[in-house]
Design a protein around this ligand. Structure first.
Ligand SMILES: [Zn+2]
Length: 187
């Protein structure tokens, strides 16, 4: 994948975040370029484990994800880039706290499948890819596929009692980049 450019991340209530994104042609060179930009933007965002095209203002069904090294991850497929992805199968439902780069001030308790099978297309090659995963990576997939369907975690939270203020990001004075405080930071 070519080097991407970092794009600004849009935040709620931007209309693009609550609009069903369009399917894309994975062989379109623009889609591959957008995927590279999503990877670059994800990599520079502290605590970010994934990013969907609507989060950079583009209403298409494309996302990137990488939970490598995350303490809550079990199965990990490294960097995954998928277009037009769907959940084929989900089981072992569980409520856990999650957050989103596009909802910077809040986190929410969201019920998601703990085991899933996802199917989508790989940009540039158009290859069909099926991923079976669990735990934190499964949650990340569902979060990103939701973005492509115009849904935020706020739409999945079970009412106002399931929404919480996010703790302030604590940036260390020197050394390592800032890490998100509190529960897992999904993109
Ligand atoms: Zn998000």
């Amino acid at each position: 994948m070519t080097d991407g450019q970092v794009r600004p991340v849009v935040v709620a209530p931007a209309a693009v975040l609550s609009t069903v994104a369009e399917a894309v042609d994975p062989l379109d060179p623009e889609v591959a370029r957008l995927a590279a930009d999503l990877v670059a933007t994800m990599r520079v965002s502290p605590g970010c484990v994934g990013l969907a095209a609507p989060q950079v203002g583009v209403g298409v069904q494309l996302f990137v994800l990488d939970v490598t090294g995350h303490r809550k991850a079990r199965t990990c497929h490294g960097l995954v880039v998928l277009a037009n992805a769907r959940i084929v199968n989900g089981s072992q439902w569980k409520v856990e706290r999650e957050g989103c780069q596009s909802v910077p001030d809040l986190t929410g308790d969201v019920r998601r499948a703990g085991r899933i099978v996802v199917a989508g297309q790989v940009p540039a090659t158009g290859e069909l890819r099926e991923v079976t995963t669990d735990a934190f990576e499964a949650r990340a997939f569902q979060h990103e596929i939701d973005h492509c369907a115009g849904l935020l975690f706020l739409d999945r939270a079970a009412g106002a009692h399931a929404i919480h203020p996010r703790k302030i990001y604590q940036a260390p004075r020197t050394g390592a980049p800032p890490t998100p405080a509190g529960p897992s930071a999904l993109p």
